[in-house]
Design a protein around this ligand. Structure first.
Ligand code: PEP
Ligand code: MG
Length: 315
């Protein structure tokens, strides 16, 4: 009953005093895009395009890719759609692109780094995104995963702009990128924090090892520090800093992220109503206090408890 009540609220994401935080859907296919677009979301903050490449002997053609991207763009119409370029490698191996013999695949050739080994795959995808943009007349936001340096952000932005893409971003999911967020932001129009990998690389903890879940907890204060530093850099630059990892779907964390200055939250569509409710229950000033309380904690359970204790009384 509570869920049904929450689902009736279709308002754009905002705090009690009207500070906007976009509520976006994570998607993996054109069908996902159509399903998500039918719900009360403000667009997609993460289209995981590698889904189109998995279980194949060769890469999908430029035409096939363009058709998929165009379908996703059309599904959302004038709403925002952030399309992530191929994030193969490590937990997402590809037959034609990733090396099977890497000893440390999470630290190897994955994400944007594929440009070193299979540059044509990366180029063809950007060409297909340019095609989809021209075909639909809609403006995709395009971002690269696993960026470590401002130089990589620069090279990716140049390659994307060469295909006519005008909204170019990168993911912040490597601590080096968070620590140098000002320089990264100088190269691109926006960034999006991948909290799953940011936690994995900050805590040196494999995201797939259940027995280490306490270490990779997204409430680890060191991870929150890097999120806060990235958000602050975004505010200095006047550019959007989103979160598209699992963090964004936790309502209490969503209040923390809002308070730290994150401007959009992208999550599984099912999580949107509860996050909308949590963000709306607080003013920006209250959310800031919740964020600072979490940052001041010594460990992950302490950060969660401190955030909860700092919530407005009665919520
Ligand atoms: C992340 O790392 O948080 C992220 C959103 O990307 P993925 O989970 O696809 O690696
Ligand atoms: Mg990631």
């Amino acid at each position: 009953e509570v869920a049904a009540h929450l689902a009736e609220d279709h308002a754009p994401g905002a705090t009690a005093d009207g500070h906007r935080v976009l509520l976006l859907a994570n998607i993996g296919t054109a069908e996902d895009a159509e399903r998500a677009a039918a719900q009360a979301v403000e667009g997609s903050g993460l289209f995981r395009t590698e889904v189109l490449f998995l279980e194949r002997e060769t890469a999908p053609t430029r035409e096939e890719q363009a058709a998929t991207y165009a379908r996703a763009l059309r599904a959302f119409g004038d709403r925002k759609v952030v399309i992530r370029t191929l994030d193969a490698g490590a937990d997402k191996p590809l037959k034609f692109a990733t090396q099977p013999d890497e000893e440390n695949p999470a630290l190897g050739v994955r994400g944007y780094r594929l440009v070193r080994t299979v540059p044509d795959v990366v180029t063809t995808q950007l060409e297909a995104l340019g095609d989809a943009r021209r075909e639909t007349g809609l403006e995709p936001w395009v971002m690269a995963p696993m960026i470590a340096t401002p130089g990589e952000a620069h090279d990716f932005a140049a390659a994307a702009r060469a295909q006519g893409i005008t909204k170019v971003g990168v993911m912040v999911e490597i601590p080096a990128a968070a620590l140098r967020a000002d320089a990264i932001l100088a190269e691109v129009d926006f960034v999006s924090i991948g909290s799953n990998d940011l936690a994995q690389y900050t805590m040196a903890t494999d995201r797939l090892r259940g027995e280490l879940a306490d270490l990779i907890d997204l409430w680890q204060p060191a991870v929150l520090d890097l999120v806060a530093a990235t958000a602050a850099a975004g505010q200095r630059a006047g550019k959007d800093v989103g979160v598209c990892g699992e963090s964004a779907s936790d309502p209490l964390m969503a209040v923390v992220l809002t308070g730290l200055g994150i401007t959009s939250l992208s999550m599984a569509p099912v999580a949107v109503p509860a996050v909308r409710y949590a963000v709306k229950a607080h003013t920006l000033e209250q959310a800031r206090a919740v964020g600072q309380a979490a940052l001041a904690a010594d460990d992950a359970p302490g950060a969660r408890a401190a955030a909860l204790a700092a919530l407005a009384p009665g919520v």
